[in-house]
Ligand binder design. Structure first.
Ligand code: PHE
Ligand code: NA
Length: 467
């Protein structure tokens, strides 16, 4: 397929739709659920600082690389990388990087759908007023009852995936573009409403202080986590941004467009933090509660402050919308690839792949109840075990998939994409695709892409292995 042609899957109406799609992909549970709780666990400001550095020096350059590869290749990530590699006289095996990314995306989707499903359950709960005056024990028990019930989890997981698959099956323009035009404005309005609300709690300053104060002594602990999260939050390393790049109109500048997306994702994460921490503090609670922050701590807060349940309802709607606009981007690379490969209808291909994700996601569903004692990577008194039935230590299936994808597969995928764009594709091609406004910017970005990002990822990798 020639480079100036259009992908067989469609093309966005303008570069703005690419911004909507890529921002929709980027902004998700990562910003609203993971970022605030990780900032909470790792002590706030120090984590935030490392995170921002990773976004700017590693995440955004890799995002640029993905978009360049996608638009130049005009096909699904796997086929784009294969044909670009062949054109540059490199090995077609480079497409394996995209294949791994594709699998990573599906693995993430499998558990993302389960967690997003919780927010659907909480929409109903808030709507029904179940949280009025709830205390810590009550909120903990409600969350515990949800995760202990495989049927209820299965219901929400299925519903979430079904809607995701429906949007993807309708195609790039009728499905993705149309739903994004509704979801994204809604997301921003809801976020601003929540921010406004948290300004009225009287604890806004405490929230800010928590997010931006920092203590150098706390930095080391959070570095690995911050970098893994930078990949996750920007959706890089999967091919989601790459596949959306393939639908980008030829005439638009990738540089400015992608930097806008990176900035928006960061702004949303910080805004989510600024909106949520004051609510947590207003209710006299602690921000360090881990993954339960959104499903235990916040609901207590919402249940005990004025108009809390109304805003709690809006909040969980926000979470669900953000999760859907991300979930579709995890599915698209695989669907586009399989349509290209098999020539079958998009609807059929989507159905099959979504069903596969559903099955894998059932592993996550069961990891909270029936399989809660099935642990991986266990090290205990009598040595190290890949798998063991135990109630102490190790990771559940859900934790394992999350860990494997965020800490290993995403950085590895991102590293390969950066090296491909930086060392295989050729300087002139990359420069032309980026079409940056100021002449000094290209050398800087190209250097980040070729040297800083790969070296940064490698260092963190090695540190992770030695840990
Ligand atoms: N960026 C999304 C979030 O922050 C998650 C995601 C990861 C989406 C990988 C696509 C690919 O929630
Ligand atoms: Na994100």
């Amino acid at each position: 397929m020639a480079n100036d042609s259009v992908s067989i899957h469609g093309i966005w109406a303008s570069r703005w739709i690419f911004i909507l799609a890529a921002t929709g992909s980027a902004v998700g549970l990562g910003n609203i659920w993971k970022f605030p709780y990780m900032a909470g666990v790792y002590g706030g400001g120090a984590f935030v600082l490392v995170y921002l550095i990773c976004i700017a020096m590693i995440g955004v350059p890799i995002m640029l690389a993905e978009t360049v590869i996608g638009r130049r290749g005009r096909q699904s990530p796997v086929n784009a990388m294969r044909s670009l590699a062949l054109q540059s006289g490199a090995s077609p095996r480079w497409s394996l990087a995209a294949l791994m990314g594709m699998v990573t995306g599906l693995l993430i989707l499998s558990f993302y759908s389960v967690v997003a499903g919780w927010s659907l359950d909480y929409i109903i709960g808030m709507g029904r007023g179940e949280f009025a005056g709830i205390d810590g024990a009550g909120a903990g028990a409600r969350f515990g009852a949800l995760t202990a019930d495989p049927w209820r989890l299965t219901l929400w997981h299925s519903l979430f995936l079904l809607v995701t698959a429906f949007i993807i099956a309708r195609g790039v323009v009728a499905g993705l573009e149309r739903s994004l035009r509704i979801m994204m404005p809604m997301l921003f309005v809801l976020l601003l409403v929540l921010l406004g609300y948290s300004l009225t709690t009287g604890h806004f300053g405490d929230g800010l202080k928590f997010l931006f104060h920092f203590d150098l002594a706390e930095v080391p602990d959070g570095i690995l986590a911050a970098m893994g999260h930078a990949f996750f939050t920007l959706s890089v390393g999967v091919g989601s941004i790459m596949v959306f790049g393939a639908y980008m109109p030829k005439k638009s500048s990738i540089g400015a467009t992608v930097m806008t997306v990176g900035l928006l994702d960061t702004v949303v994460a910080l805004t989510a933090g600024m909106a949520l921490f004051p609510i947590v503090f207003a209710a006299g609670l602690e921000p360090g509660g881990g993954p339960g922050l959104m499903f235990v701590t916040l609901p207590i807060a919402f249940g005990n402050i004025a108009l809390g349940q109304l805003f709690g309802l809006l909040f969980f709607i926000l979470v669900a919308v953000a999760a859907w606009s991300s979930a579709i981007s995890m599915l698209e690379p695989a669907v586009a690839y399989w349509v290209e490969r098999s020539g079958r209808s998009r609807a059929l291909v989507t159905g099959v792949i979504a069903a596969l994700c559903w099955v894998v996601g059932m592993g996550t569903v069961l990891s909270f109840n029936v399989l809660a004692d099935a642990r991986f990577f266990v090290s205990d008194a009598d040595g190290w075990h890949l798998f063991r039935w135990t109630t102490e230590g190790g990771k559940t299936l859900f934790d394992s998939i999350d860990y494997l994808t965020s800490r290993i597969m995403l950085p590895l995928g991102g590293l390969l994409f950066a090296v491909f764009a930086g060392w295989v594709m050729g300087r002139d091609v990359v420069r032309a695709e980026l079409s940056l406004r100021h002449p000094w910017m290209f050398p800087v970005i190209y250097w980040l892409l070729r040297v800083v990002a790969p070296v940064g990822v490698t260092i963190v990798f090695v540190a992770e292995l030695l840990k």
